[in-house]
Design a protein around this ligand. Structure first.
Ligand SMILES: Nc1nc2c(ncn2[C@@H]2O[C@H](COP(=O)(O)OP(=O)(O)OP(=O)(O)O)[C@@H](O)[C@H]2O)c(=O)[nH]1
Ligand SMILES: [Mg+2]
Length: 403
């Protein structure tokens, strides 16, 4: 799974990405600073099972701090978008193409309303961030529609003359956009308008279908950025009222980046998502840094946190429905074959079965799957068992892993 940091140009996408991943990304004073996508690793917080089990864990693929596991997740920061991108305007199709790989979106908007439609700075409050969300939705829909339309005649012919399965034809065409049969089925099932045969769909039907498919296949949270500026305040409630189906997370990417960098240098003690920080080396701070930290302190007391960590977690947990599970090889000691306690935590999508987890660990484990054990209860479970959040699972397979 990978979440795309998307939005209009010059709204703070790369700042958000850097703050979340601490990976270098160029932050610009002009629109279209990012051209090639930046990929990086952020983390989401999960309550570890170590305290509940009373064991000292030895994490391998994650980090455990005071009973909280920091589990790595991927982010991609892409080039910005301007209106008519689907027609190639700005970095248009390039931007949209980079979005193919994303399973979900964190849409950054300038909630302070100080960047116009083309990403140029304007008077704070002059641009309505609601328009930014609307235009991004429109551009992505039109881009998907364009892709589907290129093959539409062939799809209709396949269904009508060759009696091919419309679902298979559609998913063949859309698989490059990370759109699965499951996404397509969800939309087709939920829709009475589209109950008719696809060769009878009008232009409007097709557009409606694509719009719903976009929503199903690219779930989104809205990161309402620049809450450090006064004009953002009123826009947060307006965004929430307008986009009731989405999580709107107030955020300041700039504040989070400053905190993370100061913590990295050892100047302050701060963990992503915290509601406060502590200055460790006051004598090493410049007046400018001291002033900036004071402002961030006020921001944290007003908003609770900078919102960056919250937005990353919202897309992975709430939208992509990823849940943590702890695979072990010894169900009594909660260890792997080397004796490490609770070494790994895996993120799997809600609905994943025990066998699905086995495949995720290794193809051999999946293919040779015999049964699994719920290490918390010692109960044997079958391949169809649907994993629950924070399950601790041992897989027993005819094809064991070596090493
Ligand atoms: N006040 C304020 N400014 C911010 C914040 N986040 C980013 N900025 C500023 O917004 C400008 C653009 O930031 P970038 O991160 O380069 O924006 P982008 O969306 O990646 O831009 P492109 O790659 O050009 O599309 C820079 O001047 C940042 O310092 C924030 O939380 N508050
Ligand atoms: Mg950028």
């Amino acid at each position: 799974m990978i979440a795309g940091v998307v939005g209009k140009t010059h709204v703070g996408k790369s700042t958000f990405f850097s703050a979340a991943t601490l990976a270098p990304a160029k932050i610009g004073q002009v629109p279209f600073t990012t051209i090639e996508p930046n990929r990086g690793i952020a983390s989401i917080r999960v309550k570890c099972v170590c305290q509940e089990l009373g064991v000292k864990d030895e994490p391998r693929n994650s980090v455990c701090v005071n009973g909280i596991r920091w589990v790595p997740v991927e982010l991609v920061d892409v080039a910005g978008l301007v209106p008519d991108a689907h027609k190639g305007r700005g970095l248009g199709n390039k931007f949209l193409d980079d979005l193919r790989q994303a399973d979900g979106f964190i849409q950054i908007v300038d909630a302070a309303g100080c960047t116009d439609a083309n990403g140029n700075m304007c008077e704070p409050g002059a641009r309505d961030p609601i328009d930014d969300v609307r235009f991004l939705e429109y551009e992505v829909t039109m881009w998907m529609l364009q892709i589907l339309k290129k093959e539409w005649d062939r799809i209709v012919k396949g269904v009508l003359q060759l009696k091919e399965d419309p679902l298979a034809l559609l998913s063949d065409r859309l698989t490059g956009l990370m759109i699965t049969k499951k996404h397509i089925l969800t939309v087709m099932k939920s829709d009475d308008v589209l109950g008719k045969r696809i060769d009878q769909w009008s232009e409007d039907d097709l557009r409606l279908f694509v719009e719903r498919l976009r929503r199903a296949s690219k779930p989104m949270v809205i990161a309402a950025n620049k809450i450090d500026l006064p004009t953002a305040e009123g826009n947060i409630e307006r965004l929430r009222a307008e986009f009731k189906d989405f999580s709107v997370v107030p955020c300041s990417a700039e504040a989070e980046l400053a905190l993370r960098l100061a913590a990295k240098k050892g100047l302050i003690s701060y963990m992503a998502g915290d509601s406060e920080f502590r200055v460790l080396k006051d004598s090493e701070l410049t007046e400018k840094q001291r002033g900036a930290l004071k402002r961030i302190e006020r921001l944290l007391s007003r908003w609770g946190n900078t919102g960056v960590q919250e937005a990353v977690e919202a897309v992975y947990k709430r939208e992509l429905k990823m849940i943590p599970v702890f695979p072990v090889e010894d169900a009594g000691k909660f260890t792997d074959h080397k004796g490490s306690v609770l070494p790994d935590v895996f993120l799997v999508q809600e609905g994943t079965t025990a066998r699905g987890l086995a495949y995720k660990i290794h193809t051999d484990l999946g293919e040779g799957f015999l049964y699994a054990v719920n290490a918390r209860t010692g109960q044997k479970i079958g391949e169809d068992y649907i994993l629950k959040e924070r399950d601790i699972i041992k897989i027993v397979s005819a094809k064991g892993l070596k090493g």
